[in-house]
Design a protein around this ligand. Structure first.
Ligand code: NAD
Length: 322
């Protein structure tokens, strides 16, 4: 069954509601994983400078185009501006480097990765730069760049034809409203951590009112953060083992992963699950042959704990909550 699309308000461009996330896909398998995902029907890829695999992801896409599987315009490619490149003089340089890595002429969507500028690290020194200013020890340093200044530079990428849509990640409501006050081009997408332990109904309502599409990341909650040994995630029970999720899955003869993704999709959200496994790739986009009832949706909403696993407050020094 075809994956439905969501319309991005500023440009009218369509984005497939199920995409493919590229965080933590190892460099040596990224090109093949992307190629297989395209064979499996994925037409939307979510990358970032910080994932360190943009060259390989681009290789997978270019191979699929060369083999006649897809055309460039069939694929929706997202990338993100890393936090060390928020100063206006670094934004276009960063985006151009990323486009060259992918081997693409434009991104369909370019997002500010975190509302948290970090001190510049010269790409010649280290790329991707990551969170720490020092290569040999953990030391983070924020930079004094207002978000409105960065947004203005990101808007210029649209003018230059380098990106079609722009947006933000990890913004809360107040920051979103502030951004819109001075924006010439409104954000098309808000990408946020979103799962039944972090339900955020007000933020979703606000985005809807503002005409901003929402993309959910880490739809399976703690699982992705167990992969990186996060103590918070290791100490939280898996959503895959939760009774509400497992009993709903059983009732629909679907997997817990499909129930978690379907719950998000029925909230009007775009999902971008990541898996190298061929079968799971198919499973994660097979979400449109069943419906969760409003009672089932509400029972999943009620699992909310306000629990965020991707919180820079946990890994910046000094801690800064966003
Ligand atoms: P995810 O929710 O996609 O979970 C990934 C984990 O789930 C992996 O361990 C994978 O093996 C497992 N998995 C996937 N499908 C499965 C299935 N059907 N059954 C069982 N296990 C399955 O987590 P994620 O990678 O954190 O998030 C998805 C994407 O969101 C990322 O790849 C990235 O593109 C994006 N992201 C963005 C930000 C941001 O700050 N903007 C942060 C994190 C992730």
């Amino acid at each position: 069954m075809a994956v439905p699309t969501i319309t991005l308000k500023p440009t009218g461009q369509q984005v497939p509601q199920v995409g493919f996330g590229l965080w933590k896909v190892p460099n040596d398998s990224t090109a093949d994983v992307v190629y297989t995902a395209i064979q499996n029907g994925y037409r939307h890829f979510d990358g970032a400078c910080d994932y360190g695999n943009e060259k390989e992801a681009g290789e997978g896409i270019r191979r699929a185009i060369k083999d006649g599987l897809v055309k460039r315009e069939d694929i929706f490619v997202t990338s993100k501006l890393w936090a060390t490149f928020h100063a206006p003089e670094h934004v276009e340089v960063a985006a151009k480097r990323q486009l060259a890595d992918w081997g693409l002429e434009y991104f369909d969507l370019y997002l500010i990765h975190f509302p948290l500028p970090l001190q510049y690290v010269d790409p010649a020194e280290r790329y991707p730069p990551g969170w720490s200013i020092a290569a040999d020890k953990w030391e983070t340093k924020t930079a004094n760049v207002p978000l409105a200044t960065t947004w203005k530079a990101v808007e210029s990428l649209v003018d230059a034809g380098l990106v079609k849509n722009i947006g933000v990640c990890n913004f809360q409501g107040g920051l979103l409203l502030d951004l819109i006050r001075s924006a010439r081009i409104p954000p098309a997408v808000l990408q946020i951590e979103h799962h039944p332990y972090l339900v955020q109904p007000q933020l979703l309502d606000l985005a809807k009112d503002l005409g901003i599409a929402v993309t959910a990341y880490s739809s399976f909650g703690p699982l992705s953060y167990r992969d990186i040994q996060s103590p918070k995630a290791l100490g939280t029970s898996l959503l895959f083992d939760n009774d509400v999720i497992t009993s709903t899955a059983k009732k629909h003869a679907k997997t817990p992963a499909q129930v978690l993704l379907k719950w998000a999709v029925q909230r009007g959200v775009i999902v971008i699950p990541k898996t190298a496994d061929k079968q799971r790739q198919l499973e994660n986009k097979d979400l449109f042959s069943f419906e969760l009832s409003s009672e089932e949706q509400s029972a999943i909403d009620a699992l909310d704990k306000g629990l965020r696993f991707n919180d820079p407050g946990d890994y910046l020094n000094p801690p800064q909550r966003i």
